[in-house]
Structure formats: structure tokens, C-alpha cells
Ligand binder design. Sequence first.
Ligand code: FES
Length: 155
Amino acid sequence: MELEASIRARVREIIASRPGKDRAQLLEVLHEVQGAFQSVPRVAAEEIEREMGVPVTDTYGVVTFYDLLTDKPTGRTVLRICEDVTCHLHGSSELVAAAERSLGPEGEPSADGSISWTRCACLGLCDQAPAAHLGGEPLAPCTPAFVEKAGARHV
Ligand code: FES
């Protein structure tokens, strides 16, 4: 209950920091919520509904549409590996294999909660494929050795 109350309070702060409470603010609010909690938990969506009038189902429609948002817990840092066509042709499957070896199953936070990894669509770095993002920072071209090094630091 205490955690739920603190999430609700933080969501209210995030909403209050925006120039308005209208639906146009939703994406920015969700990015801030994601940054604060590494996901958009159900209780946050409920608070958004209460404060902004955006139904929980609409919030989850946005969360499930955008690759950078998730309703599932992630590590504090997320490694995103592009698996779109160009990166696939340039060896992204080797990055995925390295992530599975060094970081464990896709989408699951490491034991210390510091990192998780996921596949994603094009990151706009096709000319430097295979590409990845680590904590929002571009890594291109990325190598299996880099992925394993990231894993060794966090697991
Ligand atoms: S296809 Fe991977 S960055 Fe575009």
C-alpha cells in the first residue's frame, strides 16, 4: 500500500509539472513515469485517469504501441537490440544470442535490477547496423563483445 501511495504521489507530481492536464500531455507524462519506475504500472495508469481523465485502457493502448514504454518491470537500464531488416542482415541475431548468454531471458531484470534487454524495431541507425540502445544512448555498430561486457557488469 505504501508503494502504491508513493507511485500515485509521484505520478501526481509529474502531471502537475506539465503545462496542462489535457490528453496532449499523455506521452510526455508516460515517458516520465517510465523513467521513474522503469515501467508504467497499473496504479500509475489509474492515477493518470483520475488526474487527466484519460481512461486506463487508452493509456495502455499508448504503452503497448510505443517500443520505449512498457507495463512490465524492466532493469534500471534497458539494452534495446534492433532486429529490423537491416540490422538482421548485419548480424543482430548474434547480439541477441550474446544478450541471452550474458543477461538472461529477454525482458527480465538482472538479479540486482540494474539492467534488462529487449528486441526492438528500427532505431534509425540502419547505416551503422547492427544497432542497439543502452539506456537511450545509441550503440552502433554494436558487437556481441559489447553486449557481453554490459552483461558482465550488471549480472
Ligand atoms: S534496421 Fe536497425 S537501426 Fe534501422
